[in-house]
Design a protein around this ligand. Structure first.
Ligand SMILES: Cc1cc2nc3c(=O)[nH]c(=O)nc-3n(C[C@H](O)[C@H](O)[C@H](O)COP(=O)(O)OP(=O)(O)OC[C@H]3O[C@@H](n4cnc5c(N)ncnc54)[C@H](O)[C@@H]3O)c2cc1C
Length: 377
C-alpha cells in the first residue's frame, strides 16, 4: 500500500529530526531511518558542543542562530535543559594571531561574548596547556554542552504530536519521480510526497544518486575521540573545551573524564565508522605533547563521520535539477549545534518562502548555501 504525505525526510539524526519538527506544523511528514534507533551514526558520536567560534563561517552563523532554540525550546520539548555551561578556549601561535583576531571580529558582529587574552591569563581557566608555543588565546564563555539525545528525541516527539510518522528499520532503497511526486520505497512501505528532504548525513550523495540526480561531492571524513582519567590534583570539571587554532587537538571535561580528539579528517566511505588504532595513539600523543596531562589508560574510544561539501559550507536548499528535492547536508563538525536553524532554513526553502529574516540578518543568503553552487561530482 502507498502512504501519501507532504514531506518525506530521509534520516533521523540531528538534521532529519529537526527538519521533521520544523515541517510538521506545515504538512504531513514521514521520517524514514534505516537504523533501529535515531541518532545511531554521526549525531550519536558527536562531542555535542555549541561553540560559536567553531567551523566554517556560515555554519558558525547557523550555530549562533540556533542558540535561542537550545536556550528556550518549545513547550514540552524536554524535561531538563538542553545546554550545560562549558566555555571554550582557543590557542593561537604567533603566526595565527591574525586569524584569531579575525575570529574575534566575526564573533563581535554576531554579538557573541568573547575575550582575547594572553596565554598566561588563559592558564587560569585551564592550567594544563603548555603555553610556550602560543601567542594569543580567545575565551568564549557561552560555549555549552548540548544534550544531543534530548534534542533528537524532543524534535521527534513534537513532530509526532503534529501528526508525523517516524519509521525505523526503514532504509530507503528506491526513489522515483513521476506526476510531480516522489515515490520512495523501503523494505516494508512505499510513500509518495511532493517534497523529499535529504538529511542522510554521510549518505547524502548516495541518496541524490538514488533519486537520479547528480552527486555534489559532499563526502564523509572520519574523526576519532578518546576518553581518559583526568590528572590528579585538578578540578577538571570546571575547565572549558580547549582547542588549538591549527586544529591538531581539542579536549574537554566529560562525565568525570577528559574527552579528546586528534581532530583527524580522513576521507571515508559512508559506513558504521570505527576508530583506527593509529588515530587513537595520535590522540593520546598530541594531548601529552600539548598539555601536562598523562594519558595512562584509554577508557573509551570511538569514531564518527563528519560530512563536508568541497567548500565546507552548508548544502541546504533545492536541488538545481529537481526543486522538490531538498538537501540538508554537509554539516561537518557543526551538525548538532546548528541543527535548529539549519532545519528552519531547509523547511523555509522547501516551502518556497526564502531565507528567514533572522538568518538574513546574520548574513545567510540562499545562493551561498545552494546545492547548485557545487559542480556535479
Ligand atoms: C568525533 C565527532 C565530534 C563532533 N563534535 C561535534 C560538536 O561538538 N558539535 C556539533 O554540532 N557537531 C559535532 N560533530 C558533527 C555532528 O556529529 C554532525 O555534523 C551531525 O551529527 C550530522 O547530523 P546528520 O543528521 O546530518 O547525520 P547523522 O546523524 O549521521 O544522520 C543521518 C541518518 O541518515 C540515515 N540514513 C542514511 N541513508 C539512509 C537511507 N538510505 N535510508 C534511511 N535512512 C538513511 C542514517 O542511518 C543516519 O541515521 C562531531 C562529529 C564527530 C564524529
Amino acid at each position: 500500500m502507498t502512504e501519501r504525505c507532504d514531506f518525506i525526510v530521509i534520516g533521523a539524526g540531528a538534521a532529519g529530526s529537526a527538519v521533521a519538527h520544523a515541517l510538521s506544523s506545515r504538512g504531513r511528514v514521514a521520517v524514514l531511518e534505516r537504523e533501529s534507533a535515531p541518532a545511531y551514526h554521526s549525531t550519536g558520536r558527536s562531542a555535542a558542543v555549541l561553540a560559536e567560534n567553531y567551523g566554517p563561517v556560515l555554519w558558525q552563523r547557523l550555530s549562533t542562530a540556533s542558540r535561542p532554540f537550545f536556550e528556550q525550546p518549545p513547550a514540552g520539548f524536554a524535561e531538563h535543559k538542553l545546554l550545560r555551561p562549558l566555555g571554550a578556549l582557543f590557542f593561537a601561535t604567533a603566526a595565527e594571531t591574525g586569524a584569531l583576531e579575525d575570529s574575534a571580529r566575526e564573533l563581535a558582529r554576531r554579538g557573541v561574548a568573547h575575550r582575547l587574552m594572553t596565554p598566561r591569563e588563559a592558564l587560569a581557566l585551564c592550567p594544563v596547556v603548555r603555553i610556550e608555543s602560543f601567542a594569543l588565546a580567545l575565551h568564549e564563555p557561552g560555549c555549552a554542552d548540548i544534550d544531543a539525545a534530548a534534542l533528537v528525541q524532543g524534535c521527534l516527539k513534537l513532530a509526532r504530536r503534529n501528526g508525523a510518522t517516524v519509521m525505523l528499520d526503514a532504509g530507503v532503497d528506491a526513489i522515483e519521480r513521476g506526476g510531480g511526486q516522489w515515490q520512495v520505497r523501503t523494505r516494508g512501505a512505499t510513500l509518495r510526497a511532493r517534497v523529499l528532504v535529504n538529511a542522510a548525513g554521510a549518505w547524502c550523495d548516495d541518496i541524490a544518486a538514488l533519486a537520479g540526480l547528480k552527486r555534489r561531492g559532499v563526502r564523509p571524513y572520519r574523526r576519532t575521540a578518546i576518553t581518559f582519567d583526568p590528572p590528579a590534583g585538578h578540578d577538571s570539571s570546571r575547565w572549558p573545551m580547549t582547542f588549538d587554532v591549527a586544529e591538531t587537538w581539542y579536549f574537554k571535561p566529560e562525565g568525570g573524564r577528559i574527552m579528546a580528539s586528534p581532530v583527524d579528517k580522513s576521507l571515508s566511505a559512508p559506513c558504521d565508522c570505527q576508530p583506527e588504532e593509529l588515530d587513537i595513539a595520535v590522540a593520546a600523543d598530541r594531548i601529552q605533547q600539548a598539555t601536562t596531562m598523562e594519558v595512562r589508560r584509554i577508557a573509551r574510544s570511538w569514531a564518527g563521520l563528519r560530512t563536508f561539501a568541497p567548500d565546507e559550507q552548508p548544502v541546504i536548499g533545492p536541488d538545481p535539477q529537481e526543486p522538490g528535492f531538498i538537501w540538508l547536508a554537509g554539516q561537518g563538525g557543526n551538525g548538532v549545534m546548528a541543527a535548529p536553524a539549519a532545519a528552519e532554513l531547509a523547511a523555509s526553502l522547501a516551502l518556497g518562502e526564502g531565507v528567514p529574516q533572522a538568518l538574513r540578518a546574520l548574513g545567510i543568503d540562499a545562493a551561498a548555501v545552494a546545492p547548485g553552487r557545487l559542480p556535479a561530482a
